[in-house]
Design a protein around this ligand. Structure first.
Ligand code: G
Ligand code: G
Ligand code: MN
Ligand code: NA
Length: 254
């Protein structure tokens, strides 16, 4: 309750923050996108994890305001990076299953893109592979509505939830993010290698781009490159960082 009151104030007073973790092209080392990750350091409650924050928001009617804040902030930041010359950069924003399913998302995204001046093709929404999500007929309509705006959709944490082959085939998804649990075993378990290899060829046959998450070791990166994985993200390559550090990283690569 108390946390919810502080959170509402923090949203209204812009005291939340987004950190950004780069997503790299594994073959060239070029930055493709940045994933926006919510951070809150509350004066009263200390550091509150994004998962807890989202749970509090959802149980206190603040989910929409929080989602609006994240989307607006990420789009404005990316627009400013575009204006600074990094106009090829994209941004990935995480969307919780409840927000995805409630029917207002396309309207919100459209408004936020308009207000921030950001091109739709620069925005990628990450939706987790949550069981309840894909079983309803409504999810296809929602995805189509989002795709018509010109944005991209990534299926996050792939392999941990439940998406059948028919879901993958029917849903208009652009990207698939292989969950870090599979990447973790790559260097030591031959079966993890087979599995990731299969996921990559499945994605290719469905015209989806694959991102590997949670790359922590050089051996994992090497294996993923060998398997032809296009994009990668993880502590080995870069940690989530505040805007100022991301600025420096981008400048460095000019
Ligand atoms: O950044 P970190 O590893 O602490 O994130 C923990 C979890 O919180 C991850 O599953 C991540 O996807 C989620 N998360 C982080 N930021 C956001 C956000 O802005 N919105 C949503 N819905 N989830 C987020
Ligand atoms: O659920 P989602 O994939 O959005 O979660 C992203 C979370 O993963 C972020 O909170 C981020 O801090 C975390 N993360 C990013 N890179 C790594 C990594 O290499 N290892 C681990 N364990 N977590 C990571
Ligand atoms: Mn994510
Ligand atoms: Na993920």
């Amino acid at each position: 309750q108390k946390l919810a009151v502080s959170l509402q104030a923090a949203i209204e007073q812009d005291r939340l923050a987004l950190h950004y973790q780069p997503i790299f092209r594994l073959n060239s080392g070029a930055i493709e996108s940045v994933e926006a990750l919510l951070r809150w350091h509350s004066a009263e409650h200390g550091v509150v994890s994004p998962l807890e924050l989202i749970a509090v928001a959802e149980s206190h009617g603040l989910a929409h305001r929080l989602n609006d804040w994240v989307l607006s902030q990420a789009c404005r930041q990316l627009h400013s990076w575009h204006q600074a010359g990094f106009d090829w950069l994209k941004v990935n924003v995480n969307i919780s299953p409840n927000i995805f399913m409630d029917g207002e998302l396309a309207g919100t995204v459209s408004r936020v893109l308009h207000q921030s001046g950001l091109d739709a093709s620069s925005l990628v929404l990450e939706i987790t592979e949550d069981t309840s999500l894909w079983d309803t007929a409504g999810s296809l309509d929602i995805l189509q509505e989002l795709r018509e705006l010109g944005i991209e959709i990534a299926l996050d944490d792939f392999g941990t939830g439940y998406s059948s082959f028919s879901h993958l085939r029917q849903l208009p998804l652009n990207k698939l993010k292989i969950d870090k649990s599979f990447v973790a075993d790559l260097a030591t378990d031959p079966r993890a290698v087979s599995l990731v290899k299969t996921i990559i060829s499945l994605a290719e046959s469905l015209d989806m781009t694959v991102t590997a998450e949670g790359i922590e070791l050089p051996e994992q990166q090497a294996q993923l490159q060998l398997l032809g994985c296009e994009l990668g993200q993880g502590y080995l390559l870069a940690r989530p960082m505040p805007v100022e550090d991301m600025d420096l990283l981008l400048q460095d690569r000019l």
